[in-house]
Design a protein. Structure first.
Length: 200
């Protein structure tokens, strides 16, 4: 079965139902979803910045995880992008020609998995392991990011779910491994760079 047909048969019906619902939804809600989908990743950057700031007064291992969180997100994005290049799944708005809130990306801008979902999930996992309070914000935000990508019509549901899984599966072990950088944080706390890793 061709890849486009396989993707469509997997959850194409659910995709068209969701995009149809979005078309019938009040414009104010659709605008909010579209803005979140396009710019919501900025929230995760702010949460990681907050995690770093809060970690300055905590144990070196926690500070190390906070400092490594952006690198964890970059790694998750890279792995997800390799999957995109390997699979070559066309966007559902190209295959199904659905009416969508967002302009359909051009041919060759692959759909599977969702980079937005992978980035959000990796950031959320890193934040949960580093700072549970911030993680409690990041987890639902990541789920909303994944859902928004389907709502605006640029991804199948399975693209969003796989992106979440990829981000989480890459983010979890890398964030745990970042604890090994605790000795480096301790050395920084005894150097001129102390204000970056210590509150006092």
């Amino acid at each position: 079965m061709p890849l486009a047909s396989a993707a469509t048969s997997l959850d194409g019906g659910l995709y068209t139902w969701i995009t149809g619902l979005a078309e019938r939804t009040p414009a104010t809600l659709d605008t909010g979803v579209r803005v979140w989908s396009d710019f919501g990743l900025g929230l995760f950057a702010l949460l990681m910045l907050a995690a770093w700031w809060r970690s300055r007064s905590s144990a070196p291992a926690r500070a190390a995880m906070a400092l490594c969180a952006p690198l964890v997100v970059v790694a998750a994005y890279a792995v997800n992008d390799v999957l995109k290049i390997a699979v070559h799944e066309q966007r559902p708005c190209q295959t199904l020609h659905a009416v969508t809130l967002e302009s359909c990306p051009p041919l060759g801008d692959w759909s599977f998995p969702s980079n937005h979902a992978a980035i959000a999930a990796a950031a959320a996992v890193a934040l949960v392991l580093t700072d549970r309070r911030l993680g409690a914000i990041a987890i639902p935000a990541a789920l909303l990011m994944a859902a928004s990508r389907v709502w605006i019509g640029v991804h199948y549901p399975h693209d969003a779910l796989t992106g979440l899984a990829t981000g989480a599966l890459v983010g979890w072990p890398l964030t745990v491994a970042a604890r090994r950088c605790a000795p480096a944080v301790e050395r920084l706390r005894d150097s001129r760079l102390r204000p970056l890793v210590a509150a006092r």
